[in-house]
Write a protein that binds this ligand. Structure first.
Ligand code: ADP
Ligand code: ASP
Ligand code: MG
Length: 436
């Protein structure tokens, strides 16, 4: 069995939904994971924001507009009166639900319930389309098996048990369909796997089903060697190892959710990135194999904050770093980059929810400085032979760009530099032109 995930643009119009139907109806057993239609989750976030800000009027206007767009999709997608009717009823039902939330009782729970509607609608529309085409399929609700625990980590045992139960209840089917992104939390409430989380859903499902392959279908022909939104003439990579792909995903390559490689790596299931708009393009194969040497790709992660703790007295005292790290641990804030000197240590974080408390506690150990609006640029590849001058090429290319931190040697797969976000584009291009 293969898991096939289709992102927002892949199901973004009636014609692309029809293309997806062709791709999944290939006589193999496929577990199909769908995102919401492109733009929907952003709109649902914006509707929730309006309700949060007690602006019911603006929320209503946005809800109405989104609902109208969906009637257009229904009208273009189905050809029989029966399914046109079913599609309209479905849209009305989901939008009545969205309209039932008012500003008076709006909490985080309601927001998550609203965000879930995008994937619930896209999968139901797709299932109806297959039914209209007489292609047998089963719609399995992710809310019946996808669950995160109190630490917001996938509850792998629960997911495996419940997913297998759902599959056993529907034997002999070739096409299973489910929602990406949405799940339940430890309290049974509707929740989600964070923005872009459908990739993560697909790999969690792949691991739970021990799939033969996980395919991520999107709007580009695989992982490129740099961010195509920032750099011209980027090229797709035919092959990456799990570790290389995980570094790129974690450090900003938007094509993959940051956590989506780990479940595949644990279960040793190859991940193939494919282009829905050009299915015959080779794409990228991500597997346990490490192929080639040197720099393979560059990515950037924004909204990084750097914290410097400076202390003449304590830095070299043993136990100092442990105390510093314990503060971050207390606030469940993970650190991305670390550099130390004799009198100071600098770290970067991307989750600033507890920054004020962290800074207050760090002040017991020295002077604390905070810098914001930074980006980590990660250069990823296979640096087994350090003598080959990879570091020189990278730093030489950055001679005109102020660099705040450098991390080299932490692994054989990653060199990271921290720059001001305003310099990010120039840095990505400078490194690209030098190393490729
Ligand atoms: P989907 O909706 O299918 O999940 P995403 O928008 O989340 O699609 O991811 C695909 C996009 O990721 C591409 O259109 C591209 O602009 C962006 N992207 C960023 N970095 C890379 C990269 N290194 N390789 C390929 N695409 C990338
Ligand atoms: N629809 C969700 C989002 O836009 C999940 C996803 O597309 O992967 O973030
Ligand atoms: Mg995505």
């Amino acid at each position: 069995m293969k898991v096939l995930k289709f992102g927002g643009t892949s199901v973004g119009s009636s014609s692309s939904i029809k293309e997806v139907a062709k791709l999944v109806n290939n006589n193999e057993v496929n577990f199909v994971v769908l995102s919401a239609m492109t733009g929907t989750t952003n709109e649902l976030v914006s509707i929730s924001d309006c309700l949060n800000n007690k602006d019911q009027q603006a929320a209503n206007a946005k809800i109405e507009k989104l609902e109208c767009n969906y009637y257009d999709v229904v009208n273009a997608l189905y050809s029989t009166n029966a399914f046109l009717e079913k599609g309209r009823e479905l849209i009305a039902c989901h939008f009545d639900y969205i309209k039932s939330f008012t500003q008076d009782m709006f909490t985080l729970y309601e927001e998550k319930a609203i965000l879930a509607q995008g994937e619930l609608i896209s999968t139901a529309l797709f299932h109806f389309f297959l039914q209209e085409q007489n292609i047998p399929s089963v719609l399995v609700s992710a809310l019946n098996f996808m669950r995160i625990d109190k630490q917001n980590e996938p509850d792998t045992f629960y997911i495996r048990e419940n997913l297998n139960r759902e599959m056993k209840a529907n034997p002999g089917v070739k096409i299973y369909i489910t929602q990406g992104f949405i799940c339940r939390n430890a309290f049974g409430e509707i929740d989600n796997l964070k923005r872009g989380g459908s990739d993560y859903s697909a790999s969690i499902i792949g691991q739970a089903l021990n799939a033969e392959e996980i395919q991520i279908w999107t709007d580009i022909d695989g992982m490129h060697n740099n961010d195509p939104r920032m750099v011209e003439n980027t090229k797709p990579l035919a092959q990456l190892s799990f570790d290389e792909a995980a570094e790129l995903a974690y450090f900003g390559a938007k094509i993959l959710h940051p956590s989506s490689i780990l479940p595949a790596k644990i279960a040793n299931i190859p991940v193939r990135l494919k282009n829905t708009m050009a299915p015959s393009a080779e794409g990228t194969l991500i597997s346990s194999e490490v192929v080639g040497e040197g720099i393979k790709a560059i990515a950037a992660k924004d909204e990084i904050t750097a914290i410097k703790i400076k202390s003449d007295r304590m830095l070299l005292a043993h136990g100092f770093l442990r105390k510093v790290f314990e503060i971050f641990e207390t606030y469940k804030t993970s650190i991305d980059m670390i550099t130390t000197s004799e009198v100071a240590v600098s770290v970067t974080i991307d989750d600033i929810r507890h920054l004020p408390q962290i800074v207050d506690e760090l002040k017991h150990y020295g002077m604390v400085e905070v810098d914001t609006e930074l980006s980590i640029i990660s250069i990823v590849g296979n640096f087994l032979n350090e003598s080959k001058g990879f570091a020189f090429q990278i730093f030489d290319s950055l001679q005109n760009i102020p660099v705040r931190m450098i991390s080299y040697g932490g692994s054989h797969h990653n060199v990271s530099v921290l720059v001001n976000t305003s310099d990010k584009k120039e840095a990505l291009n400078a490194i690209h032109n030098k190393v490729f």
